[in-house]
Design a protein around this ligand. Structure first.
Ligand code: EPU
Length: 334
């Protein structure tokens, strides 16, 4: 265990923060040993793509580097694949596409680790992690005991799971098992710009590799590359509001984009609300709102977590004043 370690290279926002104690683990046994020696509070860090540090971490940061991809069961048209939680999510998706295993291709290029994927039920282009999820194994930080979580036990919702609610901060996910199709794949091309991008690529009968390529093209054109400009993807969740709230917005903005939810409420893209309030592309000190997708806050270099939080509060206040809708951060602010 090393002391006072910089977390700068370990968070995609590129924020300088230090861990009082730091260690990396590559297996479940190493994780258990690290937990026995750890100084509380313990933070398990995966890809660092959904955290915003606003202060140094006073206890132990455990960097999860538990790797491995293994087919654990074979069925007629599917396989179950168990993936070590420290694998990169996109690396895993590329492996699956390369093996002609379908289901995760719409989730191409999402930053972060496999272990973080269930925590917020990552989703993009009409597919969510829960659609391919079978179960996971996690180690309880307080006891070192392994616990299995089935899909219902994870209580997945939109960018939500039990690991953001009642079980928050209590477990380190060590492996995730996913169900992937081995043939006759069902490709999902109905969402957003996928069909248009496939047409531009000249593809009529898309394979899962084509869908992955289309998603990568769309994401790279809109979302900043964290290797070049610090960010955590969507900073806010898309708000789900009562229909009356949306109807009121529609009176002044008839073209407001929205998705009808099964329960009668309406989801409004936060990026649109933020853009309407004039934040898109705006720079405030070292931080700013991305010029191609207003939902993404960026670090133009040397930003502190407090600066990003201040910008987020300014945006929340202005969207609330203008539309009466309160945005909630999706990123974990520590
Ligand atoms: N929009 C604007 N201005 C903007 C951004 C978006 O007007 O600056 C409008 C777009 O024109 C479109 C609508 O908002 O009508 C939706 O935009 P987009 O398709 O880009 O998706 P999003 O709702 O902003 C969500 C996810 C993304 C995911 C995309 C595609 C959340 C919080 N974000 O964004 O996920 O990639 O859909 O499925 O649900 C992430 O979670 O980090 C993330 C990037």
């Amino acid at each position: 265990m090393t002391r006072m370690t910089s977390l700068l290279p370990l968070n995609t926002f590129g924020i300088e923060a230090r861990a009082a104690h730091f260690t990396e683990v590559t297996s479940v046994d190493e994780l258990r040993r690290a937990l026995r020696r750890a100084v509380p509070p313990v933070l398990v860090l995966g890809g660092g793509s959904n955290v915003l540090f606003t202060q140094d971490w006073p206890g132990t940061v455990i960097r999860n580097a538990i790797r491995g991809i293994e087919v654990v069961r074979r069925f007629k048209n599917r396989v179950w694949v168990r993936v070590g939680s420290g694998e990169s999510w996109h690396g895993f998706v590329q492996w699956a596409v390369g093996q002609n295993l379908g289901g995760a291709e719409n989730l191409s290029l999402i930053p972060g680790s496999v272990g973080a994927a269930p925590v917020q039920n990552i989703g993009a282009y009409g597919v969510e992690l829960k659609d391919v999820f079978v179960g996971l194994e996690a180690v309880e930080l307080a006891t070192g005991k392994t616990r299995r979580f089935s899909r219902p036990a994870c209580r997945f919702g939109y960018r939500d799971s039990v690991f953001k609610q009642t079980e928050k901060g209590r477990y380190c996910i060590t492996s995730v098992t996913l169900s992937l199709s081995t043939g006759r794949h069902r490709v999902h091309t109905g969402y957003g710009d996928i069909a248009k991008t496939l047409a531009e690529m000249g593809v009529a009968q898309p394979t899962i590799a084509d869908v992955s390529t289309a998603v990568i093209r769309i994401r790279s054109s809109k979302l900043p590359d964290p290797a070049r400009i610090g960010n955590c993807g969507s900073f806010f969740k898309n708000p789900e509001v009562e229909r009356a709230v949306y109807e009121k917005i529609r009176l002044t903005h008839p073209a407001a984009p929205h998705y009808d939810l099964p329960d009668g409420r309406v989801k409004i893209p936060a990026g649109w609300l933020i853009e309407q309030c004039g934040w898109k592309g705006k720079r405030v000190g070292n931080t700013g709102c991305h010029d191609k997708q207003a939902l993404v806050l960026v670090n133009h270099g040397g930003a502190t977590g407090a600066e990003v939080v201040a910008l987020a509060h300014a945006i929340i206040g202005s969207v609330e004043n203008t539309f009466g809708v309160r945005l909630e951060p999706e990123v974990n602010i520590l």
